[in-house]
Design a binder for this molecule. Structure first.
Ligand SMILES: NC(=O)c1ccc[n+]([C@@H]2O[C@H](COP(=O)([O-])OP(=O)(O)OC[C@H]3O[C@@H](n4cnc5c(N)ncnc54)[C@H](O)[C@@H]3O)[C@@H](O)[C@H]2O)c1
Length: 339
């Protein structure tokens, strides 16, 4: 293992600047090699700010530098082609969510990782939120009995307040984003539910619409109702519809012997309410970053599998695509199987 893992980041927008690059830069065992963005000035500015020697507009030029790893932080429609190109060039890949824009693409990405024998990790950072990681342990221990039902929500004011390109950013463009709030925020929550319950979506029914932002080319409001393989039932809401600052990012899991309340109280991120009335506020570790970059770099440097491989990202994306099919057809849909 070389003393430093040489990393290329493609897409120098909000998620790269605010999370990936800060977290790569914080590691002594990582060297930032190149920043790629179609906006040449942005590539130069971000490379200068984070001390990367190369700023490029063509991804293939960065792959010619033979990086050890690539972080894909571009608009959704580029995730699959850029991930596959990077894997073929011999790099490990950390790919932002949603993993791709179709189930077929996710399968091609998984195949490319297997053929190249390289790591493919999907950046489902909600899994690393301490309340979520602890909830998974509590549910697995069965101290609250079987999961009966859940309700999970993720909503904020919309990506125009986040993207480096504001309202003109890719998020509102149907041909670049393909998926709206369902793919942006819904995929986080469908992945989270799969993760904390250790379960799979068996069938799902959904409705999506563009209600709050008429100029937006994709859905801004998305609801889904689902049955899990275990038999548990649940609902999910994703929306770019907050009219006040802040976000809703709450999950409640109803079990036979009590309820878990995750991230729905400003002071208590994980509350257990047991049958009989006892309430426990669970003490959680403090974290200073998203955990995604550290998990990715640790996996590639140790040679151990990463915690969110392509197969996992693909199952969450398959649930999202089943929602979109359900919204079109008015029927419940079984998500595509990922081998
Ligand atoms: N894990 C999370 O919580 C999280 C949060 C936000 C965004 N994301 C995901 O990260 C990805 C990027 O989102 P963002 O918020 O940074 O968007 P953004 O609009 O802020 O930035 C996108 C960047 O990609 C660049 N770009 C566009 N086409 C390109 C190309 N062909 N080659 C190189 N660069 C190109 C743009 O110029 C821009 O700088 C999206 O898929 C999004 O869903 C994940």
């Amino acid at each position: 293992m070389p003393s430093k893992t040489r990393v290329v980041v493609v897409g120098a927008g909000a998620i790269a600047q605010r999370r990936h690059l800060i977290e790569f830069k914080a590691r002594q065992d990582v060297e930032l090699l190149a920043i790629v963005d179609i906006n040449a000035q942005r590539a130069r500015d971000v490379a200068a700010h984070f001390g990367a020697p190369h700023a490029m507009t063509e991804f293939k030029d960065a792959l010619a530098l033979k990086p050890d790893a690539v972080s894909v932080c571009t608009p959704n429609y580029l995730h699959a082609p850029q991930t596959i190109a990077a894997l073929k060039a011999g790099a490990h890949v950390l790919c932002e969510k949603p993993m791709a824009i179709s189930v077929a693409e996710t399968r091609a990405m998984i195949r490319a990782a297997r053929t190249a024998r390289k790591q493919l990790m999907i950046a489902h950072n909600q899994r690393f939120v301490p309340a979520h990681a602890r909830a998974r342990e509590i549910l697995a221990s069965r101290e609250l009995g079987k999961v009966v039902a859940f309700s999970t929500s993720f909503a904020h004011g919309g990506p125009e307040g986040w993207s480096v390109d504001g309202e003109k950013g890719f998020f509102f463009k149907k041909n670049e984003a393909v998926l709206g709030a369902m793919g942006d925020l819904g995929v986080h929550k469908l992945d989270l539910i799969r993760y904390i319950l250790g379960d799979e979506v068996s069938q799902i029914g959904a409705a999506v619409a563009t209600l709050a932002k008429p100029r937006c080319g994709v859905d801004d409001t998305a609801f889904a109702t689902m049955a899990m393989a275990s038999g548990a039932l649940g609902q999910m809401f994703a929306g770019w519809i907050h009219t006040s600052p802040g976000a809703t990012n709450a999950t409640i899991v109803y079990c036979q012997k009590g309820q878990l309340h995750l991230m729905d109280h400003p002071d208590y991120p994980l509350v257990i309410r047991r049958r009989g009335g006892e309430t426990a506020h669970v003490t959680l570790p403090k974290v200073s970053n998203s955990g995604v970059v550290d998990a990715f770099v640790d996996a590639i440097r140790s040679g151990r599998p990463n915690p969110i491989p392509g197969e996992d990202g693909a199952r969450s994306l398959a649930a999202v695509m089943a929602c979109m099919e359900s919204a079109r057809t008015g029927r419940f849909v079984k998500p595509a199987k990922i081998a």
